[in-house]
Ligand binder design. Structure first.
Ligand code: IVH
Length: 698
């Protein structure tokens, strides 16, 4: 049966249209059709090809789905070898100067000669790939292998949506595009969560996940992996009047429809290279993907040819690294730390290792839930990550290096009781975090509670710092904030007897303690350190209830009436006041302290930064529990709701988000990941003290 001219034309038109939409969606990040419309076109093409197999072409968008597994990845000889780049390990500006000097010397440029023009780009942390296009159609994709021979991963690469199966415009007879396959960090988190839910292998970093995904024998597995691609160079080229600069080549590749990273620059001279290095370092953590440095290339292709190669490394390119953010080391043991709220945080004790510019011996393991999820065992080789100023964390074990049976860590078994106070440790059924039940009896909680109580934004006791608090608590002088005002415990004589305290400082501290007796209700509520009650909520509570009596009498329902207080915060407050020892402390404090009380204010619209905004939480966030995220949103004035509607302002989506995320996408609701949520919260965070408790001062 012959295919009619009309059908042939329709198939071609569908292919062209689908390609256009895919490019807009996956490469330009600017969708041109609703998903449903895309799906309809896709199915129409699939049906046509099924009915007329002779219409099927290797570059058809329908060919991205995978197909049958193969038994091995066939070797592919690279016509133009895939080289590596020399690495400049001096991570300071000097690295750029060194490279420029070598280039100038090799080109025979003297000091008078003009600065050399360079193309500066990012060094993507994925794996190299070579894509061969013949007459614009992707015919072969190969890994780097040993540089001369790689592995055929064509069918896997076809499933990567960002990689065009056919180039746009006038493509040359042969064009080999070299670039990097990688996985975005957010995609990696989601992917790992899916793997975990399916009890499949968890990967330690996006690079490993990308490599594992690309080298699958079954392309239908690769098809489910969120891989991305950036083009950064050329291999074999035939019949193309190629641009005479590297920047020109990248522009041309972008015009062919290939993804080229926007973070690149054409600059002149080594100072500009160093500036690029510094600027990209500042952006490193905000990039959605990992980089381990930047790459400088002599921009002129003629000069590149002149410079040539030494020992399989081009003399015209260099990788200028950043300090490693991730390194491997051995997990020697696990300690726990008790926080102000009683949360027990497992802390990894590590064989000292240099990462991100400092030596690290401890890193957080977050909580038991994370340890189980990552399956970190005592004695494992682990990957430690230190990004920017954040606390170093254990990313995960290197399972391949595990020798023999290693012991699992069970926090409740190792610490059935709190290491600080001996109270029972509990972990709620679906809670990741274990907590000490000791409350203010627990010195760890008590120390932190006192520091919080004395804080500048709380009752503000100038001079009551960590050193003093530690001594007061450890000597058993102070157990609760109320003890600070008990002259039989804390007086000038006692204070003067502490380490690093003279009579003068003791007198000053006594004065500060006395001065703190006069405060505001909002400061007092904040000072109590109720979980999830920040300054804003404390102010709202003060304004709403007017006095402590009314607040103590409020049940959850009454608390929910307060603007900004949602169910999570209401429960935390109610639980706090239900504790007898907390009530005792409050009663004692009330005897010592004063603040103006007012008539309860009628409810009025909140002033929280997210007032009027409704959030829906779905899926598993990388580090926040859902109730924690809810509490943070509520504390900033937002409301948390259970279902997505047109009125929803934001959907906060984590791994394995299901129908709610879909619905949000359909309705065009703004979708945030955890980082974006944190950024949003930070942007509406109220300014420092100053405005605290104004209502009562005036
Ligand atoms: S150019 C002849 N550019 O780094 C130069 N490589 O050692 C060929 N890489 O595994 C490489 N980002 O996959 C070049 N912007 C970039 C790159 C880059 C990452 C990787 C590449 C290779 C290694 C080179």
């Amino acid at each position: 049966m012959t295919v009619s001219q009309e059908t042939r034309a329709r198939a071609a038109a569908l292919r062209a249209e689908l390609e256009r939409h895919e490019h807009a969606y996956y490469v330009l990040d600017a969708p041109t059709v609703p998903d449903a419309e895309y799906d309809r076109l896709f199915r129409e093409l699939q049906d046509l090809e099924a009915a007329h197999p002779e219409l099927l072409t290797p570059d058809s968008p329908t060919q991205r789905v995978g197909g049958q597994p193969s038994s091995e990845l066939a070797p592919v000889a690279h016509v133009v070898p895939m080289l590596s780049i020399r690495t400049e390990t001096d991570t300071t500006d000097q690295g750029a100067l060194n490279f420029d000097q070598r280039v100038r010397r090799a080109l025979g440029l003297d000091e008078q000669a003009a600065p050399v023009a360079y193309a500066a780009e990012l060094k993507f942390d994925g794996l190299a790939i070579s894509l061969r296009y013949e007459n614009g159609v992707l015919v072969q994709a190969a890994t780097r292998g040993d540089g001369s021979t790689g592995e055929d991963v064509t069918r896997n690469v076809r499933t990567v949506r960002q990689i065009p199966l056919r180039l746009k415009g006038d493509a040359p007879p042969v064009l080999e595009v070299r670039g990097e396959i990688y996985m975005r960090r957010d995609e990696f988190e989601r992917f790992n969560a899916r793997q975990e839910a399916a009890e499949q292998k968890i990967f330690v970093n996006p690079r490993n996940a990308a490599a594992g995904s690309l080298r699958q024998l079954d392309p239908s597995i690769t098809a489910q992996r969120p891989l991305s691609f950036f083009a950064y160079g050329l291999g074999d080229v035939q019949g193309w009047a190629q641009p005479d600069t590297h920047s020109g080549v990248l522009d041309a590749l972008a015009a062919f429809g290939l993804p080229v990273c926007e973070h690149r620059a054409r600059v002149e001279g080594p100072e500009a290279l160093a500036r690029f290095h510094t600027e990209m370092a500042a952006q490193r953590e905000r990039l959605p993907f990992d980089i381990d440095g930047v790459v400088y290339k002599v921009d002129s292709i003629a000069r590149q040819l002149e410079l040539g190669f030494v020992s399989r490394e081009p003399r015209w390119a260099v990788a200028h690294k950043y300090p490693a953010q991730e390194v491997a080391t051995r997990l020697i043991g696990i300690d726990v730390q008790v926080g102000r709220t009683g949360a027990l945080t497992p802390v990894a004790r590590l064989e000292p290792v240099f990462v991100g510019g400092v030596t690290v011996t401890n890193a957080t393991l977050h909580n038991q839930g994370e340890i189980d999820r990552k399956d970190v065992r005592l004695g494992d080789w682990v990957i430690v990550r230190r990004a920017g100023d954040v606390i170093p964390e254990v990313v995960g074990p290197i399972v391949e290096r595990r020798e023999g049976e290693l012991e699992r860590f069970d926090l409740l078994k190792s610490y059935p009781t709190c290491p600080e106070c001996g109270s029972h440790v509990v972990r709620g059924e679906d809670e990741a975090v274990a907590r000490c039940t000791g409350g203010l009896f627990c010195p760890a909680q008590c120390k932190q509670a006192l520091l919080h109580f004395a804080g500048r934004r709380a009752v503000d006791i100038d001079g009551l710092g960590e050193q003093i608090v530690n001594q007061l608590v450890e000597a058993g002088i102070v157990k609760t904030p109320a003890d600070l005002y008990d002259a039989s415990r804390v007086n000038a004589e006692v204070l003067a007897g502490l380490e690093r305290m003279g009579e003068k400082s003791a007198a000053n501290l006594m004065q500060a303690i006395d001065a703190s007796r006069e405060t505001t209700l909002a400061r007092f509520i904040f000072a109590l350190g109720i979980r999830n009650v920040g300054e804003t909520t404390a102010k709202d509570l003060a304004r709403h209830f007017g006095g402590i009596e009314a607040l103590l009498a409020a049940d959850e329902a009454a608390l929910l009436v307060v603007p900004d207080v949602g169910p999570v915060v209401a429960r935390c407050i109610a639980e706090f006041f239900a504790e007898a020892h907390n009530r005792d402390v409050i009663a004692a404090l009330r005897r010592e302290m004063r603040w103006p009380e007012t008539e309860p204010a009628p409810s009025r619209p909140t002033e929280g930064g997210l007032a009027g905004k409704t959030f829906v939480l779905t899926g598993t966030l990388p580090s926040l529990r859902r109730d924690e995220a809810a509490a943070m949103i509520e504390a900033a004035g937002g409301k948390v709701s259970g279902s997505v509607s047109k009125k929803t302002s934001y959907v906060v989506a984590g791994a394995d988000a299901g129908s709610k995320l879909e619905k949000a996408q359909q309705l065009g609701v703004i979708i945030l990941d955890e980082d974006a949520l944190r950024a949003l919260l930070a942007s509406v965070e109220p300014e420092q003290p100053g405005d605290q408790g104004q209502l009562f001062r005036e």
